[in-house]
Design a protein around this ligand. Structure first.
Ligand SMILES: Cc1cc2nc3c(=O)[nH]c(=O)nc-3n(C[C@H](O)[C@H](O)[C@H](O)COP(=O)(O)O)c2cc1C
Length: 618
């Protein structure tokens, strides 16, 4: 594989876009080798590299790090073969000497509540600066973007904005950028403390939970009496669906909720590339209502994402769903929808009755949706499900029918696979259409109902295997389907919406693709910081992102189109060194790419990707 210098030299390669002509249906492959076997990406002979290596991709479940401990139910054999890292240690080694955060700007030091002597961080600026590793060359990307660097002395590019003992600020740029480039949905420490100490006022949820409790079947006579009383105390929801924020789903370009990889910098990148709707990574309701820091990091969004930003939650109980919805509505109002995850296949969640397990308990699912809808104020509630949990036992059709009638939802998204299926076999778009028909019929009937005729239709979105503009347009040409949610397609080929809008394949040059990664790195530094911690975090998530981007096979080297998500390429080389580097499945090449933008890896950086064979420690 090429070294860093060569890759940078390759930056000079041509940026000309080439539009690939679609071969006609009857066109024959130029040659007829093994690599045209079913499931194998057809790559032109001159770009093939002979080797015995097999490409194996791990998709969804291996990215669910926060939910470690989960196991795929019936794939023990392949799990062993794949050697996935289920217990990745994601902690990074810390700086040897740490500067007290009160001193990041030495000119305007803040008060340290512990005092210099008791503080566990150093207050000796000179000692700190002497202990820092050498600065990364060039201008601090955060300073360049927003006119100042919030990490101050801790920045890894410090020398670019620190002159004569002072931090530089570009007031004009700062002022201009602050109006358009900011993050929303940060919640205060006080709010988190209130949640964790059970002092947060869940006024709406507390009422609704009593009512929903009355819907749970009990056999005890006293409890039944209490239930009756609670049911009688029920008051009308403060917001009807028609009074909630409008969803704008018809033909919208939608990026799926994506645990780990669908982080804020990635979604921000996707907004620059034409996404209309983005979702947070899945947040678990219980830690949300307990005020956990890491969970409340998930509803944060970039200003460019709102409106059009959905927060996805998982829950198994109506009370946690209702409380989480109320907390989100009160604390992070810049949310366009709260999406209930009813599709997550992973075992840990399933065993707890969350994710796809909710599909197996319709009354419970309806209680959860009702509770969320009642407590989410003006934020509409939507849900995402799969065909069912087991193969040959589809549940979605009947379930969606019931939810339309009773669930007060704004949109349904259906992933055309079962839980059992995971990513094997293609998504079943004919079943997706069938369920879409159910929603369409329901909407149609509502038009005849005078009381309901003012409300927006329930939208229906299909999901599964969309990788080309043809897939997308074919799906939305079905009158039952309002739009398509794109997951892996938008990770592997982030410019997919550009292709959809222009209705053609775009053969992005390697330079253009590298520029997207550079943009990601800049957004990542802005989000996580340009200090040691921020750079390490940005590097790790950039590697996670590249574990998808490297799977892109340039259309210009393919023997025939369309490319498919479930095809695996034989080993190939690109049209130049940079293209080969970007397609490398080797984690060391991903690190090399991060080094172009984030500087060299520092002592202690470790990256443990999905496959053990790819682990890295500096
Ligand atoms: C890395 C990764 C993380 C995912 N995380 C979530 C998630 O948090 N919530 C969710 O509803 N679906 C999640 N999914 C599933 C996708 O949203 C989507 O339903 C599925 O990948 C099928 O779409 P695709 O064929 O376009 O990839 C994830 C998928 C992947 C590959």
């Amino acid at each position: 594989m090429s070294d860093k210098r060569t890759a940078e030299e390759s930056l000079q390669d041509t940026t000309k876009k080439v539009h690939i002509e679609q071969p006609s249906n009857d066109s024959k492959p130029v040659h007829d080798h093994d690599h045209f076997a079913k499931g194998v990406t057809p790559i032109k002979k001159e770009f093939l590299v002979s080797t015995d290596k097999q490409v194996v991709y791990a998709d969804e479940e291996s990215s669910l790090d926060r939910l470690n401990g989960s196991e795929k139910p019936q794939a023990k054999k392949s799990k062993k073969k794949r050697g996935q890292n289920k217990d990745r240690d994601l902690k990074q080694t810390k700086e040897a000497v740490k500067l007290c955060p009160s001193l990041v700007d030495p000119e305007t030091p803040k008060e340290c509540r512990f005092g210099a002597d008791a503080c566990r961080f150093t207050h000796n600026i000179e000692e700190y600066l002497n202990s820092k590793p050498q600065d990364v060359q060039g201008v601090c990307p955060v300073f360049a973007a927003i006119g100042y660097c919030p990490n101050g002395l801790k920045c890894r590019w410090l020398s670019s904005h620190y002159k004569s003992g002072k931090l530089i600020k570009d007031e004009i740029l700062c002022d201009k950028v602050s109006k358009v480039d900011y993050e929303v949905n940060h919640i205060s420490q006080n709010a988190k403390t209130d949640l964790s100490r059970k002092k947060f006022q869940f006024d709406t949820a507390d009422k609704m939970i009593l009512f929903l409790d009355s819907k749970v079947q009990v056999h005890d006579k006293t409890k039944q009496e209490l239930q009756k009383e609670n049911a009688n105390n029920y008051v009308e929801p403060p917001f009807k669906v028609s009074e909630k924020k409008k969803l704008n789903v018809k033909n919208a370009k939608i990026v799926s909720p994506l645990t780990t990889v669908g982080n804020l910098p990635y979604r921000r990148l996707m907004k620059t590339l034409g996404a209309d709707i983005t979702y947070s990574e899945m947040a678990l309701s219980l830690p949300l209502i307990q005020g956990t820091n890491s969970e409340w990091a998930l509803p944060k969004a970039h200003s460019s994402e709102y409106p059009g930003f959905g927060v996805q939650i998982a829950t198994s109980k109506h009370w946690t769903g209702a409380k989480a919805a109320e907390a989100i509505a009160k604390l992070t109002p810049q949310v366009s929808e709260i999406n209930l995850n009813c599709g997550c296949p992973i075992d840990l969640l399933y065993r707890q009755g969350q994710g796809s397990a909710l599909m197996e308990q319709p009354p419970k699912l309806l209680r959860v949706l009702k509770g969320m809808n009642y407590c989410s104020g003006e934020i509409p509630v939507t849900f995402k499900l799969r065909i069912g949990t087991r193969d040959n036992h589809p549940l979605a059709e009947n379930l969606v029918k019931r939810v339309c009638e009773e669930g007060d939802i704004g949109c349904v998204t259906l992933h055309g696979r079962t839980r059992q299926q995971r990513y094997t076999k293609e998504a079943d778009w004919s079943y997706i259409s069938k369920v879409g028909q159910v929603v369409r019929d329901y909407n149609h009937n509502q038009l005849d109902d005078k009381e309901q005729s003012d409300r927006d239709p329930i939208y229906f979105v299909g999901n599964g295997d969309c990788f080309t503009h043809e897939d997308w347009h074919k799906a939305v040409s079905d009158p039952n389907i309002d739009s398509v949610m794109v997951a892996r397609g938008a990770l592997i080929k982030p410019w997919i919406f550009e292709e959809i809008n222009s209705e053609q394949y775009i053969d992005k040059s390697a330079t253009e693709r590298l520029a997207l990664l550079e943009q990601y790195s800049k957004f990542a530094l802005q989000h996580w910081g340009s200090d040691d911690y921020g750079v390490n975090t940005a590097r790790r998530f950039m590697c996670e992102f590249m574990s998808f981007t490297h799977r892109y096979v340039p259309v210009g080297i393919m023997e025939r189109l369309p490319p498919k998500l479930n095809q695996r390429p034989p080993t190939w080389k690109g049209r130049n060194e940079l293209e080969t580097l970007l397609g490398s499945p080797d984690y060391r090449d991903w690190i090399k790419i991060t080094e172009m933008f984030l500087g060299p890896t520092t002592e202690g950086f470790s990256f443990t990707p999905k496959h053990r064979s790819n682990s890295y420690k500096s």
